[in-house]
Design a protein around this ligand. Structure first.
Ligand code: SF4
Length: 495
């Protein structure tokens, strides 16, 4: 869906309440590293639209530029010109923790151990609150409200050993989801959390190296994919090449399934799976699990299109472009008044009347969060003349919030946490409603039942599905830093 969970209904005043997280990129030994990073961030723009930034090193000097807005709004040619050097890190951000202010934009740049350090982070650290309080008690002064700064302070306070030792020790202290890029005059460091909740890959660009949240960034700049970074692995990249360091045992791998369902770009491959093909397989499986008599299948653009095509193929019903999205509604967009909304002003999505009029329509979407958006789309299709609207969701019901960098609604706001499928069907005004089962989703991912995260798990290829069943793959903490045992233990999950 690439951006519309948060802003699908700027004209509705509320709606999907999930947002993407962030995107990170790093380059080492690459000519025009800042320009390269700029284009890579363009490819990762769907992961965050609130701020963008690039830091580079040239000799011992670091340069950086950050700003609020889209990549195209933040950087001009003269900014890129100033960012000298053959090494860079870049970041696009959606603020899951910390307000959308310039101080929270990344990469953050600090002086540590007598030299500059830039860092960019995708994910959310579940123990950042308690670590921050401890650090503040010990005299650390924070510049931002972002959880990412905790890592910079941990690195700065580390005594003895190299900077890589300091990064390793800091990463062993934090818990949660992360893909980190660190840049110093001596090298680029990329790290992925021990559960592999957030994706990150290594690529080759000429004689240099690149890392990115998603492989679509490599395709965009003409880099060659080398491999995914392993959970609990850190890569030190410098003139000597790429040195892997395992800083944590890969316990249970728990890649976020929503990377496949919604967040990532369809042309990206994550941990060996192409996002479009996984979505299509989810749609096929959904058609097998929840068939219906219909004349046409449509998808809610953009992220549900692949699943809709899969559903249509498996069901033998024609796929059509039944909803059109306006992609040009930016951050500074002026929301219409209630009166205009009531007059039917629709800015983001519009049905193709000739496609749906008089038809029995299957509307495939990737998820239901609060239900507001689904209800409005169903109504919109009926207003356009659809005879029946059967809603098919290519993921299981979302019943629990995310603590790993995805901005979800509170549990009580999640429609599926409160209502049965029958009640949800009535709430969104559909003729029928069905969700993909969890087993069906895992099969579409090419994973066996052991991937469901139903036990303590082994080192197998597994996923985080906590927003479906509430079994979180890491410890969780309350605001006071107390380990929230019951969140996992009461649900038979991890503690
Ligand atoms: S809780 Fe859901 S959205 Fe969050 S990391 Fe796990 S699967 Fe992804």
């Amino acid at each position: 869906m690439n951006g519309e969970w948060g802003d699908a209904w700027p004209d509705a005043g509320s709606g999907r309440h999930w947002h993407e997280e962030c995107g990170v990129f790093g380059a080492w030994g690459c000519d025009h590293a800042a320009q390269l990073t700029y284009y890579a961030l363009y490819a990762l723009q769907h992961r965050g639209q609130e701020s963008a930034g690039i830091a580079t090193v040239d000799g011992g000097e670091m340069f950086h530029h950050r700003g609020l807005g889209l990549v195209a709004e933040v950087f001009g040619p003269e900014d890129l010109e100033r960012l000298a050097g053959k090494a860079a890190v870049g970041h696009v951000r959606y603020s899951t923790t910390g307000a959308n202010k310039l101080v929270n934009a990344q990469p953050m740049v600090f002086d540590v151990h007598g030299g500059p350090l830039a860092l960019g982070h995708n994910g959310n650290l579940v123990n950042a609150g308690v670590l921050r309080r401890e650090l503040e008690d010990q005299g650390s002064i924070f510049q931002s409200t972002s959880d990412t700064e905790v890592v910079a302070h941990l690195i700065a306070r580390h005594r003895g050993g190299s900077l890589v030792d300091a990064i390793v020790d800091s990463l062993r202290t934090v818990q949660g989801a992360y893909a980190f890029v660190f840049l110093t005059p001596d090298g680029l460091v990329a790290a992925r959390d021990p559960q592999g909740l957030r994706p990150m890959a290594l690529g080759r660009f000429g004689s240099g190296w690149v890392v990115a949240s998603e492989t679509c960034a490599f395709d965009t700049i003409g880099a060659e994919f080398v491999r995914d970074i392993e959970p609990g692995e850190l890569l030190v990249i410098n003139g000597g090449g790429v040195q892997p360091v395992r800083f944590a045992e890969a316990s249970r791998k728990a890649l976020c399934t929503f990377e496949y369902i919604y967040f990532a770009r369809p042309d990206s491959d994550i941990d060996g799976r192409n996002v479009h093909l996984v979505r299509k397989a989810m749609g096929k499986r959904l058609a097998e699990e929840a068939p219906t008599e219909a004349d046409v299948v449509i998808g809610v653009p953009d992220s549900s299109i692949s699943a809709a095509v899969g559903y249509a193929e498996a069901a033998g019903i024609p796929y059509e472009m039944g909803l059109i999205k306006n992609k040009y509604i930016g951050r500074t967009f002026i929301q219409p008044s209630q009166a205009l909304r009531e007059r039917g002003v629709r800015l983001k999505l519009n049905p193709v009347r000739k496609v749906v009029e008089g038809k029995r329509v299957v509307m495939v979407d990737d998820s239901i969060v609060r239900g507001t958006t689904s209800r409005r789309i169903v109504q919109m299709l009926r207003d356009a003349g659809a005879r029946e609207v059967h809603v098919r969701i290519s993921s299981p019901p979302v019943r629990f919030p995310c603590y790993y960098g995805i901005d979800t609604s509170a549990r009580e706001e999640l429609l599926a946490a409160r209502l049965s499928v029958e009640e949800m069907t009535r709430a969104i005004g559909a003729d029928s409603l069905a969700f993909l089962s969890e087993d069906g989703m895992l099969q579409a991912l090419g994973a066996g039942p052991e991937a469901a995260g139903r036990g303590q798990g082994g080192p197998g290829d597994t996923f985080c599905n906590a927003c479906f069943h509430g079994r979180y793959p890491t410890r969780l903490y309350d605001d006071l830093g107390k380990h929230v045992m019951e969140m996992a233990a009461h649900r038979g999950g991890y503690s």
